[in-house]
Write a protein that binds this ligand. Structure first.
Ligand code: HEM
Length: 293
């Protein structure tokens, strides 16, 4: 609920230049402040616990540091200072906010698309079964399962989970014959670019072969940019692709997700591109002997 409220609030502010400041009293602001208090209490709680454990020399798990350990250990090269709780909290919320929701929703869309295109599903199942057998996928298996990654890339094309990339014009400029005055806020609409007929043949069709080596040849390099482009390119791009590739293969190996036909699927553009009414699916355990559920 907290992530829902925070995302919708942020999108509203992005779209509406006349939003009242966050500390003003309207109910929308109060609701946002309330969910942020919850998110902060949880985040600061984890940071405090971790600092206390580090001070006491407690070793967690097998002792391998995670991202939070690294953030807590980092020191400024000039001053030797570590990060304040507030700085660590900002990093944690950014990484979680930017990194969790995006990959999770794209997987939702990917499984929806697979359930609607059984011939594609069969191909991924065959690839995954041949490479993994009964084992869970590891990094070493990924190169042998290119089609599973193509499915994820095609899902990112049709349903880019971060559909809008904002930019602020720092100086007067001209773009496609339009004058853009300094200070203008521009929203780059990835959803439309990804379905533009100039760049894609039969753009509404789900076809992971668009991302085979052959399929990619000759395509404009910005026709597909679910991770943005330029100096602010998503820092989690490679991590997300690896994580999604592993998850997709692991899930396809064990389960088949079937969309409940009566359930209405409508996409809702916000900061992220979610299915407005969620995604109702039934989960079927696959038996490897028959390849079906
Ligand atoms: C499928 C998954 C993901 C998608 C579709 C996605 C998409 C994007 C997009 C479109 C941008 C804006 C780029 C621009 O302004 O040009 C962005 C930025 C960013 N992403 Fe991701 N992202 C994903 C996963 C992740 C993950 C896993 C992390 C972190 C672990 C992450 C962290 C960030 C950060 C920190 C930025 C801001 C970069 C900056 O402004 O310099 N993202 N992402």
């Amino acid at each position: 609920e907290a992530v829902d409220v925070a995302i919708n609030y942020a999108f509203d502010r992005l779209q509406n230049p006349f939003s009242p400041p966050t500390h003003w009293p309207p109910p929308r602001n109060r609701r946002f402040r309330r969910v942020m208090e919850g998110i902060d209490a949880m985040t600061y709680g984890i940071i405090a616990e971790r600092r206390a454990a580090a001070a006491a020399g407690t070793v967690r798990g097998d002792g391998t540091p995670d991202l939070l350990d690294m953030l807590l250990e980092v020191r400024d090269a000039d001053t030797g200072q570590g990060m304040s709780d507030r700085e660590v909290r900002d990093e944690v919320i950014t990484t979680f906010g930017a990194g969790h929701e995006t990959t999770a929703i794209t997987l939702t869309w990917a499984f929806y698309l697979l359930s609607r295109h059984r011939e594609v599903l069969r191909r991924v199942q065959e690839e995954v079964d041949a490479v993994l057998g009964d084992a869970m996928p590891t990094m070493a298996d990924l190169a042998a399962m290119p089609y599973a990654l193509q499915v994820f890339e095609e899902a990112l094309r049709l349903y880019p989970s971060a559909p809008i990339v904002p930019r602020l014009a720092l100086r007067d400029t001209e773009l496609g014959g339009y004058t853009v005055p300094a200070g203008s806020r521009l929203l780059v609409d990835l959803f439309t670019i990804h379905r533009h007929e100039r760049h894609w043949e039969d753009p509404e069709r789900f076809d992971p072969d668009r991302f085979s080596a052959e399929g990619k040849r000759g395509r404009h390099r910005f026709a597909h940019m679910p991770f943005g482009a330029g100096p602010h390119l998503c820092i989690g791009k490679h991590f997300a692709l690896m994580e999604a590739h592993l998850l997709l293969a692991a899930l396809v190996r064990r389960y088949e997700f079937r969309h409940v036909p009566a359930h209405r699927v409508v996409n809702q553009a916000s900061i992220t591109l979610r299915p407005r009414y969620g995604m109702e699916m039934t989960v079927h355990t696959r038996s490897r002997a028959t390849g079906t559920g």
